[in-house]
Design a protein around this ligand. Structure first.
Ligand SMILES: N[C@@H](CCC(=O)N[C@@H](CS)C(=O)NCC(=O)O)C(=O)O
Length: 205
């Protein structure tokens, strides 16, 4: 299996951590996106990473589908609970984290435009999703060890990838002082080899 991603993609990192936790071997193919000639366009019509290309050449996207597939093909280190209600709860954590990331990435993209073309209204709207999303994550986590209670799951991986992305791209956000319980979780997650081995490089700009 080949995983097409960039090393900076938080969604790609989520998939890479899942592979490491489940001891699934994949070949990493580093790609760039966002250009008409990006090789990703040929395997994902949306032109986004991550994409997992299976040995029979089928391409899977997006990251949420890929992690479901990976958890399904190997019983090692199950990350999505077997119980249906619990599984949906874990996927809800993931959906919220991915949604906050979508908002954060839109702001990053907007900030790359010349100041006179940046849309303050769009950025404020997206910032609202980030602020409400973080408040919800902190409230749902409360004083639990892991998002779902005593067991490490996909939900923790999704939260960890989100928080690292925010640290790199939004250093002024101050989520750590506002939500000390999320910080405690992030510290615990960053001790895991899978998180250490997939630390993203600092952003170029
Ligand atoms: N919902 C998608 C989001 C993927 C996504 O937005 N990936 C970004 C990189 S972090 C991308 O490929 N962007 C390229 C583009 O929008 O052209 C997933 O979970 O895989």
């Amino acid at each position: 299996m080949k995983l097409y991603t960039s090393l900076t993609s938080p969604y790609g990192r989520k998939v890479r951590i899942v592979c490491l936790e489940k001891r699934i071997d994949i070949q990493l193919v580093e790609v760039t996106t966002g250009t008409p000639d990006s090789p990703v366009n040929a395997i994902n019509p949306l032109g986004k990473v991550p994409v997992l290309v299976l040995d029979d050449h089928r391409a899977l996207y997006d990251s949420s589908v890929i992690v479901d597939y990976l958890d399904h093909i190997s019983p090692v280190g199950k990350l999505i609970p077997a119980d249906a209600r619990q599984a949906i709860s874990a996927k809800r954590w993931e959906a919220l984290c991915d949604g906050i990331l979508d908002a954060a990435i839109l702001i990053v993209r907007e900030k790359r435009r010349p100041p006179e073309f940046q849309l303050a209204g769009v950025m404020a709207h997206e910032q609202g999703r980030i602020d409400r999303g973080l408040a919800q994550l902190a409230s749902d986590l409360a004083e639990r060890k892991w998002c779902m209670g005593d067991t490490f799951t996909l939900a923790d991986i999704a939260v960890g990838c989100l928080l690292t992305y925010l640290d790199l791209r939004f250093p002024d956000l101050q989520w750590q002082t506002q939500y000390p319980n999320l910080l405690k979780l992030r510290v615990r997650l960053n001790e895991r080899p899978s998180f250490i081995d997939t630390q993203p490089p600092p952003p170029a700009s």
